[in-house]
Design a binder for this molecule. Structure first.
Ligand code: HEM
Length: 250
């Protein structure tokens, strides 16, 4: 993850035009898989100063992917008139200083809690008539692997990326499996029941983020598993957060 800061000094009589240009440009960033977010801020003390904060999957993805890809020309066309107003345009690497808000991984109880969830879940799967056939040849360490994946997605250590082939490996494991909508729903329902059974936090904020990920992830798994599906295996690892609600304060 790389943060790019672009600092502008825009004369007051062009500020509305500048903000509109970025509103239009943002649509082309939204279409780019390399871009994970954009924020435009205006200085309160000196309204001529603006800072654009762009989150890229990596500096390489920005420079070699986005800049050379189809979304750059229409993006740049919107903001090219303000290039001379740029005062700084550089990439920054986030420095780990701890976070005021815990990750979903920490809130869930870390690696032990997530492993227990999937251990119990995959003990139940072979007894479920809809799911059992899909998992008949399951790797004996499957629960551990899925726990490593989910832990990483929820903000935990990069175990799956570093030791299990990351996103491309996970995608490959679903290819050609033909997962049905009924099976997807059963997977989600059984995992939620298991979450209750193993005592995963049940506050509304955590559970809404958890179920949000399950809905998204299982629907992606169904898409990957369709006959002839050709998913983009270079997609970066998903990163899941709290969404619109912060952790429960009691
Ligand atoms: C959030 C949703 C899901 C996540 C995070 C997930 C995660 C994973 C991961 C990480 C693997 C590869 C494990 C390894 O490295 O060996 C995998 C494999 C697999 N997944 Fe999923 N999956 C999801 C949904 C589903 C659903 C809905 C189904 C079917 C109902 C499914 C069926 C399978 C099967 C059959 C395998 C291969 C198991 C084996 O033979 O080892 N997945 N999944």
């Amino acid at each position: 993850m790389t943060i790019e800061y672009i600092r502008y000094r825009v004369p007051a009589d062009r500020s509305a035009e500048f903000e509109d240009a970025y509103r239009r440009a943002a649509a082309h960033l939204a279409a780019a898989p390399e871009c994970r977010g954009i924020e435009l801020t205006r200085c309160e003390e000196e309204p001529e100063s603006y800072v654009v904060r762009l989150t890229w999957t990596s500096t390489h993805d920005h420079l070699d992917g986005f800049r050379k890809g189809p979304n750059f020309p229409p993006f740049f066309a919107q903001i090219r008139g303000f290039v001379d107003d740029i005062q700084e345009m550089r990439h920054y690497t986030p420095v780990e200083i701890g976070d005021a808000v815990p990750t979903l991984y920490e809130w869930a109880g870390g690696a032990d809690a997530i492993e227990k969830l999937f251990q119990v879940f995959y003990e139940r799967v072979p007894q479920d008539e809809l799911l059992a056939p899909l998992f008949a040849g399951m790797d004996p360490d499957h629960a551990k692997h899925v726990a490593a994946w989910v832990g990483e997605v929820f903000g935990g250590p990069r175990v799956y990326s570093e030791h299990r082939g990351g996103h491309p490996h996970m995608v490959a494991k679903h290819l050609g499996r033909g997962i049905t909508e009924q099976q997807r729903r059963r997977w989600v329902a059984l995992l939620q029941e298991t979450a209750d059974e193993v005592g995963l936090p049940d506050d509304p904020e955590f559970r809404s983020a958890f179920v949000g990920y399950l809905e998204w992830g299982t629907r992606m798994a169904v898409i990957f598993s369709r006959p002839g599906a050709k998913p983009n295996q270079d997609e970066p690892m998903p990163e899941w957060g709290w969404g619109n609600v912060l952790p429960w304060q009691g």
